[in-house]
Design a protein around this ligand. Structure first.
Ligand code: PGA
Length: 248
């Protein structure tokens, strides 16, 4: 059985004070009972060091939202995998649709980042998903296939990778994919991964759903057979709603 994994993508939110408040509230909420899902939070770079101290001795794991694929050097404004490791990160979100669309990240660039993350001991949360235009043109499965094949090119195992299916039209819009719509794509992804990596790896890999996941729609989504957790944006910024999703 795959255990559910719920990750919070804070995006460009929360300064240090807000980081302390939110993590403290999360910890208090998680203390009373064993959470139903594994929990990852992905604060902005500036909050990672503070978060590292706060999540010590808790069951909250730490992730970042992006990284550069080079080891170090003249890349003004960028952050390396080793820097993330040194702030206690275990995970890194890569290929988020906001990176793809606003910052023009290509499948090839994302592939380089995934390789660097893996060779540095970070676990990528690899995001894929179609735009509304692509869904309406009935090319969702082609887009997903391209993103997966190019993103994972040259990568021999899924062992340290989480996949996050995030239909772009559902991100931050309040519009969620219906459980059946999401399950259809998740099962397509697992079949594709079975062809690429074999049954055993494809059955073990966590495939999260993301896109307007809220306390009141989490359980119907997370109860689908191929949805193994959630990548949560807006609803992870308040402890109550994030905790409700974790314990869906
Ligand atoms: P949302 O964001 O939950 O606010 O839609 C999800 C994401 O972008 O990961």
């Amino acid at each position: 059985m795959r255990r559910k994994v719920v990750a919070g993508n804070w995006k460009m939110n929360n300064d240090i004070n807000a980081t302390v408040d939110l993590i403290s509230a999360l910890k208090a909420g998680l203390k009373s009972s064993e959470p139903k899902s594994d929990v990852i939070i992905c604060p902005p770079f500036t909050s990672l060091e503070t978060a590292k101290e706060l999540v010590k001795n808790s069951n909250i794991k730490l992730g970042a939202q992006n990284m550069h694929f080079e080891e170090n050097g003249a890349f003004t404004g960028e952050i390396s995998a080793a820097m993330l490791r040194s702030t206690g990160c275990e995970y890194v979100i890569l290929g988020h649709s906001e990176r793809r669309t606003i910052f023009q990240e290509s499948d090839e660039l994302i592939n380089k980042k995934i390789k660097k993350a893996l060779s540095s001991g970070l676990k990528p949360i690899f995001c894929i998903g179609e735009t509304l235009e692509e869904r309406e043109s009935s090319i969702t499965f082609d887009v997903i296939t391209r993103q997966i094949q190019k993103g994972l090119e040259g990568i021999s195992s899924l062992e340290s990778i989480i996949i996050a299916y995030e239909p772009v039209w559902a991100i931050g819009t309040g519009k969620t994919a219906s459980p059946a719509q999401a399950e259809e794509v998740h099962s397509f992804i697992r079949n594709l991964l079975t062809k690429m990596y074999g049954e055993k790896e494809a059955q073990s890999v966590i495939i999260q759903y993301g896109g307007s996941v809220k306390a009141d729609n989490a359980s119907e989504l997370l109860n689908m057979p191929n949805i193994d957790g959630a990548l949560v944006g807006g609803a992870c910024l308040k402890a109550d709603s994030f905790l409700a999703i974790i314990n869906y």
